[in-house]
Design a binder for this molecule. Structure first.
Ligand code: 8NA
Ligand code: MG
Ligand code: MG
Length: 345
C-alpha cells in the first residue's frame, strides 16, 4: 500500500509482536548461529509443534498499554499511560521486565503519586535508566501522530515515564522517527532514510541535557548520531560480518546499543543476503537477521519488526508466523484503530 496505508499500520504493529515472541527464544544468548535461527523459524511452520503459541514479553505488554492509552485518550495523557503500565505489571509481573524498571512500575501503582515522572527520575541514583524499555514501545507514537514535532514530543514523554536518562528516551525518539519515515515510504531510498534520521537526531541530541548525560556516562556527545554514522559506514561495505555489527553497534539492553542496531537490521535486509534463504522476503530476512545477532534479541527484533513492517505491510508477514504468536491478532485490530485515529486528526 501507499504511504500511511492500513497495510503499513498493520505490518508495523503485528511484526513488532512477532519480533518479541519469536525473539524470546534467544534473549540473552551470546551468539546465535544462523542455522539455529532458521531452524527456529522453520519450526513455526510445523503444525504439530507441541509447545503451543509463543508468548510475548514486556516489549509487547507495554506497547499494548501505549496503544490503549493513545486510543482511549485520543492523544497523549501521561497519567493514563502510567496507570496502564502499573496495572499491566501488577497483573502479569512475569513478562521479563528489566531489573530496574520494576521499581518504577510498582511506584506508578500508588494512588497518591502527584508527579508520574518522578519514579523514573529516581532510578540509578537520579541518573535515570538508559535501557531500551522506552524504545521498545515507541512505535505506536508514529502510528498515532502524523506531525514530526508531535512524534518527537510524545515519544520522549512516553519513554520518560520509566526512562529519564536522555540515552534512554532519545532511543525512543529515534525508534519512533524510524517507524514514521518507514510508514511514509522513506526506505525506498535507504541513504536518504538515514540522512533524515540524522537531521532530526542532531536537533534532538543538541539539547544541553543530552550533552551532559552523554558526558556523565563517558559517551561522546551526540551518541545516537555517532551510531547512525556507523550505520552509514556499514551500509557502504559489501561484506559485513555479524561480529562486526555487534562490535560496532551492539546488541545489548541499552537503547544506544540496540536501536541503531535494529535500524541497521532493516536496512541490511532490504536486499537478499548470503546465508539467508532465497525464498525469504525482506521482512522475513529482517526477523532472521535480528535474531542471529544474539543479545537482547526479542527487543531488537521487536523494534526492527516495527520499522520493517511499516515498510513491507501486513501481507509480507507469513500467516503461519502470525498464528503462533500471542497478541498478533490484538495488534492487528489495534493497528486498524490507530489508522483511523491517525487519519482523523
Ligand atoms: P531497565 O530500566 O531496568 O534497564 C535495564 C538494565 O539496564 C538495568 O537493570 C540496569 O542493569 C541497566 N541500566 C539502565 N540504566 C542504567 C544506569 N543509568 N546505570 C546503570 N545501569 C543501568 O529496563 P528496560 O525497561 O530498559 O528493559 C531493558 C531490557 O531488559 C529489555 O530488553 C527487557 O526485555 C529486559 N530484559 C532483558 C534481558 C536480556 O537478557 N537481554 C532479559 C530479561 C529482560
Ligand atoms: Mg522483552
Ligand atoms: Mg528484551
Amino acid at each position: 500500500g501507499g504511504p500511511a496505508s492500513l497495510s503499513r499500520f498493520r505490518g508495523a504493529l503485528v511484526a513488532s509482536v512477532l519480533g518479541d515472541c519469536v525473539g524470546g527464544e534467544f534473549e540473552g544468548a551470546e551468539e546465535v548461529p544462523m542455522d539455529r535461527v532458521l531452524q527456529h523459524l522453520n519450526g513455526l511452520d510445523d503444525e504439530s509443534r507441541g509447545d503451543g503459541i509463543l508468548q510475548y514479553s514486556d516489549d509487547t505488554a507495554m506497547t499494548r498499554c501505549v496503544v490503549q492509552s493513545l486510543l482511549t485518550r485520543a492523544g497523549f495523557d501521561e497519567r493514563d499511560m502510567a496507570g496502564r503500565f502499573a496495572v499491566e505489571y501488577s497483573q502479569s509481573p512475569g513478562r521479563g521486565y528489566g531489573g530496574g524498571v520494576i521499581h518504577v512500575l510498582r511506584k506508578l501503582a500508588s494512588p497518591n503519586l502527584s508527579d508520574v515522572f518522578q519514579p523514573a527520575r529516581a532510578q540509578f541514583s537520579g541518573r535515570g535508566s538508559f535501557g531500551n524499555g522506552g524504545a521498545m514501545r515507541a512505535a505506536p507514537f508514529a502510528l498515532a501522530f502524523s506531525k514530526l514535532v508531535d512524534i518527537k514530543r510524545y515519544s520522549r514523554l512516553g519513554a520518560m515515564l520509566t526512562h529519564s536518562c536522555s540515552l534512554g528516551y532519545n532511543g525512543a525518539v529515534l525508534q519512533a522517527l524510524a517507524v514514521h519515515l518507514s510508514l511514509h515510504g522513506a526506505l525506498e531510498q535507504p541513504d536518504d532514510f538515514v540522512r533524515k534520521l540524522l537531521l532530526e537526531m542532531e536537533e534532538v541530541e543538541g539539547e544541553d541535557v543530552a550533552r551532559s548525560d552523554a558526558r556523565v556516562l563517558n559517551e561522546p556527545e551526540f551518541p545516537f548520531c555517532k551510531r547512525l554514522h556507523k550505520v552509514q559506514d556499514l551500509m557502504e561495505r559489501n561484506n559485513v560480518s555479524i561480529e562486526e555489527v555487534i562490535s560496532e553497534l551492539g546488541n545489548g539492553i541499552a537503547a544506544l546499543h540496540s536501536v541503531p542496531t535494529a535500524i541497521f537490521c532493516v536496512l541490511h535486509c532490504l536486499e537478499p543476503r548470503e546465508g539467508l534463504p532465497e525464498h525469504y522476503g525482506g521482512l522475513e530476512r529482517t526477523m532472521a537477521y535480528s535474531l542471529a545477532l544474539g543479545g537482547d534479541t526479542d527487543t531488537i527484533a521487536c523494534m526492527a519488526g516495527a520499522i520493517a513492517g511499516a515498510h513491507y505491510g501486513i501481507d509480507a508477514i507469513p500467516q503461519i508466523w502470525q498464528r503462533c504468536c500471542e497478541g498478533a491478532e490484538v495488534a492487528d485490530i489495534n493497528a486498524e484503530r490507530l489508522h483511523t485515529l491517525y487519519h482523523q486528526a
